[in-house]
Design a protein around this ligand. Structure first.
Ligand SMILES: N[C@@H](CCOP(=O)(O)O)C(=O)O
Length: 466
């Protein structure tokens, strides 16, 4: 399996090389040269498999010849060994035709663990084979950071620098990152938004000598391996609802467009996915695009669902590339203009194609709070603010006869203030995080400038090597 860049000017790479590269050299995102698919009998044979085995089967065509099947199975088994639910991604019915898939049973209580635990194993395996080391620079609006830190802490071949927007995550989210004191982990609180953090990461990658000297790699969903490792839970849900013989729809709360892109990828592989529903908060650029072809950047406004406080949804570029018939030149032009003008000019034909599959619903904070409260009252289900938005989108777009599965992306205990305000309930943190508020925190505040971040990355790498 080879991977190509959405901007057409970077070399095609294998899976392991894409894993280590993260972002393509031309600033684009890697995606498969051709979409792998499974036959009817191959889908059927996956039904009832334990989740780690299912994950290995789904990942295998993306990994290609780089890792043999038995090793991939072992890495997936190790990745999910610490999850606190036997099903790993349990399904629950909340209303007629509306189901929730819980993706927060990993160590950091968010869906990011689903892929990040696999990435931790993959990095270790590939870097050991190559006797090499990489420096991961990642941006987080709240959940990616702690998941990456947890998956990579203590690993000698990885230095990890995570940028979070200062004061814009929940306190639980911040502490999940900043209380990890392993020598290979550095936390930077950036004076800016998540979009600033993500731009700073991309600026580090755009500086070719720096990228090379530091052996930069990425764990954000700009790294294709993240998307690939999120595909299996869509397969798991669909098979549970009768796929490949029966269709299923998904509703996904999303900011960076990575999670829903994994659902779209599953569909490209032949999974019968009927409809994909995007849930947004007040930072509703994706929903505005889907409803009115209005992809215009606005100021990022803090909300009850901080992980989705995003205006530049990185993974949209992968969808755009496909919508444009894989015209890399057009994709590069549109993306460059978007970054300079703040407006993305998506051709009407491409927008119409997107609308055939995707729909979007945005909830403001009041709507989110109402959704959490009524869902709890009517269905006795406690959804965190992000998941509640996804569930609301699922309800809005469900169709008779087609199961709608909404992704529950985070545990409510990550957002206690919002949960108390909506329901009066303060969800307890699990035992392994019980003392989170008494742990020592360590992080540095930096201005939102590439130089400040590069200096911090250099210092982290030096101190890790010492
Ligand atoms: N919502 C994310 C933002 C980064 O997204 P990613 O999927 O690209 O890692 C977060 O919680 O950090």
């Amino acid at each position: 399996m080879r991977y190509i860049s959405t901007r057409g000017k970077a070399p095609a790479l294998s899976f392991s090389d894409v894993l280590l590269a993260g972002l393509a050299e031309d600033g684009g995102l890697y995606l498969p040269e051709t979409w792998p698919s499974f036959s009817l009998s191959e889908w059927q044979a996956m039904r009832g498999l334990p989740y780690p085995e299912l994950a290995a089967r789904v990942l295998a065509p993306f990994v290609g010849d780089d890792i043999d099947e038995a090793t991939l199975r072992r890495l997936c088994a190790q990745a999910y060994a610490g999850f606190d639910h036997p099903a790993i991604v349990p399904l629950t019915q909340v209303e007629d035709g509306l189901f929730v898939q819980e993706l927060f049973h990993g160590p950091t209580l968010a869906f990011k663990d689903m892929a990040m635990q696999v990435l931790g194993q993959l990095f270790e395996h590939v870097l050991t084979q190559r006797d090499s080391h990489v420096t991961i620079v990642g941006a987080t609006s709240g959940d990616t950071g702690s998941a990456a830190i947890e998956a990579c802490r203590g690993r000698k071949r990885l230095s990890v620098v995570i940028l979070h927007p200062k004061g814009r995550t929940s306190e639980v989210q911040r502490r999940q990152m900043t209380t990890v004191l392993d020598a290979n982990i550095t936390n930077l609180a950036v004076e800016g938004t998540f979009d600033d953090c993500q731009d700073l990461v991309k600026a580090c990658f755009a500086d070719a000598p720096f990228r090379q000297d530091m052996h930069l790699s990425a764990v954000n969903s700009i790294n294709w391996a993240r998307i690939a490792a999120q595909v299996p839970y869509y397969v798991y849900a669909a098979l549970n609802f009768g796929a490949p013989e029966r269709e299923v729809s998904f509703a996904v709360p999303t900011g960076n467009f990575g999670n829903i892109l994994a659902a779209w990828t599953a569909r490209k592989m032949g999974l019968p996915v009927r409809h994909l529903c995007v849930g947004s908060n007040r930072n509703d650029i994706l929903t505005r695009f889907l409803n009115a072809n209005d992809m215009t950047m606005k100021e990022v406004v803090p909300s009850l669902s901080p992980s989705m406080d995003i205006q530049v949804s990185s993974n949209f570029e992968r969808l755009l590339f496909e919508l444009l018939g894989r015209d890399a030149e057009a994709c590069a032009r549109i993306m460059t203009t978007f970054r300079t003008s703040g407006h993305m000019d998506v051709p009407a034909e491409a927008w119409n194609t997107a609308r055939e599959l995707f729909s979007g619903l945005a909830l403001d904070d009041a709507g989110t709070e109402t959704e959490i409260r009524t869902l709890h009252q009517r269905s006795n289900y406690l959804a965190d603010p992000h998941s509640a938005i996804g569930i609301a989108a699922g309800r809005r777009f469900r169709e008779p006869g087609v199961p709608m599965v909404a992704m529950a992306t985070a545990h409510p205990a990550k957002f206690p203030d919002a949960m108390v305000a909506a329901t009066g309930i303060h969800p307890a943190l699990p035992v392994h995080l019980e003392d989170l508020f008494s742990r020592e925190e360590r992080y540095r505040t930096v201005p939102a400038t590439p130089d400040a971040v590069k200096d911090a990355v250099r210092a982290a790498v030096l101190s890790n090597a010492a």
